[in-house]
Design a protein around this ligand. Structure first.
Ligand code: OFO
Length: 166
């Protein structure tokens, strides 16, 4: 049984994972349109991953006897200044999501909801992994540069990164 406060916080998290999925999909499309097919493939896959994160929360809420909701969210931008800008924005969004997950964990502890606390540990670990991955991508861009063949090499390298399914 979820408290109303935890149900609302989990639904807010569902909205946030849903937004992340659409945001990264929009970035993937921009990459595709700009010939960056390696980055596009990576971001399409990441958008799918965020949808999977949303669905895990969705089922958790309904299985716990509460009500998972589909809410409207702000529109994703369609254009980006550069590839560097794309990955800076991804990291910024991931840091925001990490802070939201941490707040959610705090609420669970304050309400002694150890079942949801336990469920959320997967998200805590996932956010740690994602922040690291996007920090490394930004390091790669900084080291390689995006001038001349740099853009081609970065796109190839990111396109070859392993794609997770969850
Ligand atoms: Fe859902 O993993 Fe990041 O946001």
């Amino acid at each position: 049984m979820l408290s109303k406060k935890i149900e609302k916080a989990l639904n807010d998290q569902i909205a946030s994972e849903n937004y992340a999925s659409h945001y990264y999909l929009s970035m993937a499309s921009w990459c595709d349109k700009n010939g960056l097919h390696g980055c596009a493939g990576f971001l399409y896959s990441h958008a799918d991953q965020e949808r999977t994160h949303m669905m895990k929360l969705f089922h958790y809420v309904n299985d716990a006897g509460a009500h998972a909701r589909v809410t409207a969210f702000k529109e994703s931008p369609e254009t980006f200044k550069s590839l560097l800008d794309v990955f800076k924005l991804v990291l910024k969004n991931e840091r925001l999501v990490s802070a939201q997950i941490n707040r959610l964990v705090d609420i669970c502890l304050s309400e002694s909801d150890y079942s949801t606390f336990n469920f959320l540990q997967w998200y805590v670990a996932e956010q740690h992994e994602e922040e690291l991955q996007f920090t490394r991508i930004l390091d790669l861009i900084k080291i390689t540069g995006l001038e001349g063949r740099g853009l081609f090499l970065v796109d190839k390298e990111i396109g070859a990164m392993p794609k997770k399914t969850n």
